[in-house]
Design a protein around this ligand. Structure first.
Ligand code: GLC
Length: 389
């Protein structure tokens, strides 16, 4: 564990990113815990580098695609630093066989706004990545499927509790199960998944981020086709809104995969499931989300919203993906509040992000009530506070 960085300004952010920067052209999320390149992390890092006025913004976003397959699939972990290290878990060298939310279109749009427009090659890679999701992942309900809890980026969320034993045991059964779920993937000739024998879920969060990135790509390029795809996916997501719970819920149409799992945990009120607020045209739903985010009996807390609604039985403010605050989610909610024309709410989120980053020493995630750091530190994406302007 390195020294915590507890001041929050551009200089502190630069120190964290410099420390985690690798000569291979990407920023590790954290040098000790997460030395490899993670896909959605790198997209957030590119946004941070751009906010710092540093040319590594473009380098990092382009390098997020080094392992993109000829069919467009973008792996979520790149092992370019030590390619054989991937073999044990993934059975191939160099990269994983899963993906993560395609935050690259949003990153490209933010870089373009910061005077760093993507090259035609990068734009083509982004479009191929989105295209692959829209080709391989559609389920019968109009939503896109995830084939592993890691694909949503929120691996220990109680939304996946139908796949593990009660009580939840992070380092016991669930850790083993996540590995079994890698073995259950159905891969094509490019080592990209086309299905799973055990986990096929249309997660509300993953779909919100896919729709959002399709719309970001449409804004960036003027493509009416990507606008239509983003809007259609948003409509399918909006069909999953639960008015009583005030959240979008997951679906689990496993189509021909027939996983045999009855997914009964997809309506747990998690913060990530509220990311539909980035895309929904329904102002009433958006208002409900913003109210709950700051309500101290719902998600509200001093150092940013709780990762779970406080009434959920699984709520634990210190736990990894089961109640703690995550900085990249706060950043995305800030984007939603800003774009929807709520500057005061946006500023409250930006403030909580800065205070949480400072109190936690730039931790990976933190207790939303105390700001006490949890997980790895310093974590690169926590510097997103420099991009909330
Ligand atoms: C954890 C998070 C995942 C992230 C990775 C690297 O596994 O759950 O979302 O990409 O760490 O930071």
């Amino acid at each position: 564990m390195t020294d915590p960085v507890d001041s929050v300004d551009s200089a502190a952010a630069l120190r964290v990113l410099e420390r985690n920067w690798r000569s291979d052209g990407y920023t590790s999320p954290n040098l000790e815990t997460y030395p490899w390149q993670w896909l959605w992390d790198s997209c957030f890092h590119a946004i941070i580098w751009a906010a710092l006025g540093d040319g590594r913004a473009t380098v990092e976003l382009e390098r997020a695609f080094v392992h993109q397959r000829p069919n467009g699939f973008v792996p979520h972990v790149g092992y370019q630093h030590d390619p054989p290290a991937a073999l044990a878990l993934w059975g191939i060298e160099g990269a994983s066989t899963l993906t993560q939310p395609p935050m690259y279109a949003h990153a490209a749009r933010r870089l373009a706004n910061a005077g760093r427009p993507p090259s035609p090659v990068l734009l083509a890679r982004i479009e191929a990545g989105l295209e692959h999701l829209w080709r391989v992942r559609p389920a019968g309900n109009g939503l896109l499927s995830c084939f592993h809890p890691w694909e949503g980026g929120t691996d220990d969320s109680p939304r996946w509790d139908a796949w593990t034993l009660t009580p939840f045991d992070r380092f016991g059964h669930w850790k083993r199960r996540k590995r079994e779920l890698v073995d259950a993937l159905v891969l094509d000739e490019h080592a990209s998944p086309t299905g799973s024998r055990a986990f096929v879920v249309q997660s509300a969060a993953f779909n919100a981020l896919c729709a959002f990135n399709a719309l970001e790509f449409a804004d960036l390029t003027g493509s009416s086709e990507w606008r239509r795809r983003g809007e259609d996916l948003t409509a399918a997501l909006d069909a999953r809104w639960d008015e009583a719970l005030g959240t979008w819920t997951d679906a689990a149409d496993d189509g021909p995969c027939d996983t045999g799992v009855d997914h009964d945990s997809g309506a747990v009120r998690t913060l990530e499931a509220l990311l539909g607020v980035l895309v929904t045209p329904d102002e009433r739903r958006a208002d409900r989300v913003f109210t709950d985010l700051f309500d101290p009996t719902a998600y509200g807390a001093r150092f940013g919203p709780c990762g779970l609604h406080r009434d959920e039985p699984a709520f634990d403010p210190d736990a990894y993906w089961r109640g703690a605050n995550w900085p990249q989610l706060v950043y995305l909610l800030w984007v939603a509040a800003t774009r929807r024309g709520h500057p005061q709410l946006a500023e409250r989120l930006a403030c909580a992000l800065r205070e949480g980053a400072a109190a936690s020493g730039h931790a990976e995630y933190w207790n939303p009530d105390t700001g006490e750091g949890r997980g790895a530190a310093p974590q690169s994406w926590t510097c997103l506070y420099v991009a909330t302007v």
